[in-house]
Design a protein around this ligand. Structure first.
Ligand code: 4NP
Length: 153
């Protein structure tokens, strides 16, 4: 199983989601290959945001990698494309070659058992305070656990 986490910049939410999915898969003994990408090009080649890394590290989650942009070829490389919010969903679906590819795209928080059905976005923490990054860590961990449970169940 190959999973791609997608947000806008690939420096905050999706690198955290990628690390959380790897952590949950490892904990459950499930073989999942995971990567992340951003729909935007603003931060290509950059490491994850310092604030995101710090919040994750404080919770015991190590985030690494360099930002890359989502590309249509990712539909061939991944079985599941887990997008962080509805804008990412729209931007990724717009690049899908066919219905089958669209079917591989899911809002990441749809796997979070604590998420409200009307609030399935992982909010963008980039322009907010430190608390937003702490919230993202908790959300992506819950969603990652739910995702691994669903994929292995
Ligand atoms: P991310 O956060 O999508 O979670 O990586 C953002 C990073 C950068 C920007 C927006 C969101 N930006 O506008 O530069």
């Amino acid at each position: 199983m190959r999973v791609l986490a997608v947000c806008l910049g690939n420096i905050c939410r999706s690198p955290a989601a990628e690390a959380a999915i790897a952590e949950a898969a490892s904990g459950a003994g499930v073989d999942i290959e995971v990567d992340s990408a951003g729909t935007g090009a603003y931060h290509i080649g950059e490491p994850p945001d310092e604030r995101m890394r710090r919040a994750a590290a404080r919770a015991g989650l190590s985030i690494s990698g360099r930002a890359r942009q989502f590309e249509p070829a990712d539909f061939d490389r991944f079985d599941l494309i887990a997008v962080m919010d509805r804008t990412n969903l729209r931007d990724v679906v717009a690049q899908a070659p066919d219905e089958d590819a669209i079917g591989r795209v899911r809002l990441f928080r749809s796997f979070d058992p604590e998420a409200d059905p009307d609030g399935l976005d992982v909010p963008d923490p980039y322009y907010g305070g430190a608390d937003g990054f702490v919230q993202v860590v908790a959300m992506v961990r819950r969603a990652a656990a739910g995702l691994v449970a669903e994929l292995s169940g």
